[in-house]
Design a protein around this ligand. Structure first.
Ligand code: PFF
Length: 447
């Protein structure tokens, strides 16, 4: 079996894991969910989910991963025995489905990158909306971009953990942050921007829809990459010195900050150009080209648009790398094949899912339960499989694994003073499972 890699530096650990967390979930999904579910009220519920379920759940997944020091399936097996490896399998399959539909949206970013470069996104709001509709529902072009994106991910993953994953994340994350700040300032200076800021920060509970709880829960898990075994896989590369609690806290902070900044980038601009905040998944592909044209001089707008879509694609890349790594590590370790071969199997499976998702956006009618195949994959994974994965991880770490093993991992074998250990343990034993269960029951109409 190939030698397992690990992250080289402390900052590398945080940036690579934050790279997994920060992606389209923050910049594409969070704003459109917030727009559909009533703005500030949704954000409030989301923040509670991050604090109460997200951070403790991350630590639980870290415990399983670092203890197992192997792919997710084996790590769950080592922690709880044969039956618990099912959670590892579930996470691995979930990550493949997510990678399939995520690559479609990331592919749209690549198309927008090229279109901005060629100056094809110039025009009024109607023109940009039509451009998006025509492009995303065409059969070939989006499909090719989807495959290109998965292949790029493949090429990074086969370089390994330190030279591939860690190096890329270290360079990209800080640039993304600075660019985001610049666009936020530009967006907030537009006329009528105040309405967008109000929409984000002034809760109006009457606008909350029925599904808000489940959506916020799903978004929190999706955004933190929680429940897919992704954190478990990355934690298998952590060193014995990595402080699990602190790392989880830092990543959740960075992730939430970027999501709020993305909201501040989109909504003031959307209100300013008269685009409805609840226009759904196409929000950033229709609103932002308008912002770039209105907020900056033509040349600057041109440059910022190119930079933005390039960085969005790169943020998506640091996330797809982490999803790809879950399956790759599973295939090469369990089938006893080379890392390269493992990566090829993962790539082929994800391309197949990605092709179906891409075609379902308008080219071919592939729908289930009245949703397009892509929306179905998104709903099934974010709102059901991720919370389930985290639910069972909390049960495993909180109730099944010997307490000493858990305490050793969280306290780095007694070398750290972890004053919040008891609180964390209480949350993952009682609060997290109960909350996830309640949200499910509520959604099914039982409570
Ligand atoms: N957290 C990523 C984002 O917000 O874009 C998405 C993601 C990455 C989900 C990795 C799941 C995963 F395993």
């Amino acid at each position: 079996m190939t030698e397992r890699g690990n992250f080289g530096t402390k900052i590398g650990v945080v940036l690579a894991t934050a790279g997994s967390a920060v992606g389209l979930g923050n910049i594409w999904r969070f704003p459109y969910m917030t727009g559909q579910d009533g703005g500030a009220a949704f954000i409030l519920v989301y923040a509670v989910c991050i604090l109460l379920l997200g951070i403790p759940g991350m630590v639980a997944e870290f415990v399983v991963g670092r203890h197992g020091a192997s792919n997710a399936v084996r790590a769950y097996y080592k922690m709880g025995g044969r039956w618990w490896s099912a959670i590892g399998y579930m996470g691995t399959v979930t990550s493949m489905i997510i990678l399939g539909f995520y690559a479609v949206i990331a592919g749209w970013c690549l198309q927008y990158l090229v279109a901005s470069f060629m100056g094809n996104l110039h025009g009024d709001a109607n023109y940009v909306a039509t451009y998006f509709k025509t492009f995303s529902s065409a059969p070939w072009q989006p499909l090719l971009w989807t495959i290109v994106f998965i292949v790029i991910t493949h090429l990074v993953v086969i370089r390994g953990v330190r030279k591939g994953i860690e190096k890329f994340s270290n360079a990209l994350m800080p640039i993304l942050f600075v660019l985001l700040l610049v666009i936020v300032v530009a967006s907030c200076l537009l006329s009528n921007a105040g309405k967008g800021v109000e929409f984000l920060f002034k809760p109006d509970f009457s606008r909350m829809s029925q599904s808000v709880l489940l959506d916020a829960l799903g978004q929190a898990f999706f955004s933190l990459s929680l429940g897919t075994s992704c954190l478990c896989t990355y934690a298998s590369y952590f060193s014995r010195q990595t402080n699990l609690l602190k790392t989880a806290g830092q990543i959740a902070c960075v992730d939430t900050l970027i999501a709020i900044l993305a909201g501040l980038m989109i909504f003031p601009a959307a209100f300013s150009v008269g685009i409805r905040p609840d226009s759904g998944p196409s929000l950033i592909f229709i609103t932002l080209p308008n912002v770039f044209q209105q907020a900056f001089s033509p040349t600057l707008g041109y440059v910022v648009a190119i930079l933005f879509y390039a960085l969005l694609a790169l943020a998506a890349l640091t996330s797809t790398i982490s999803m790809h790594e879950i399956g790759t590590s599973f295939f090469y370790e369990e089938l006893h094949i080379s890392r390269r071969r493992g990566a090829i199997i993962e790539t082929v499976v994800c391309c197949a899912i990605g092709v179906l998702c891409s075609l379902s956006c308008g080219a071919v009618d592939i729908s289930l339960f009245g949703k397009s195949f892509l929306d179905c994959c998104d709903f099934l994974t974010s709102n059901i499989l991720l919370p389930l994965g985290s639910f069972f991880t909390c049960i495993l770490v909180g109730w099944v694994v010997p307490r000493r093993v858990v305490k050793d991992e969280v306290s780095n074998w007694g070398t750290l003073r972890v004053s919040v250990y008891a609180v964390w343990l209480f949350i993952i034993r009682f609060i997290s499972p109960a909350c996830i269960l309640l949200v499910f029951l509520h959604q099914m109409g039982f409570v």
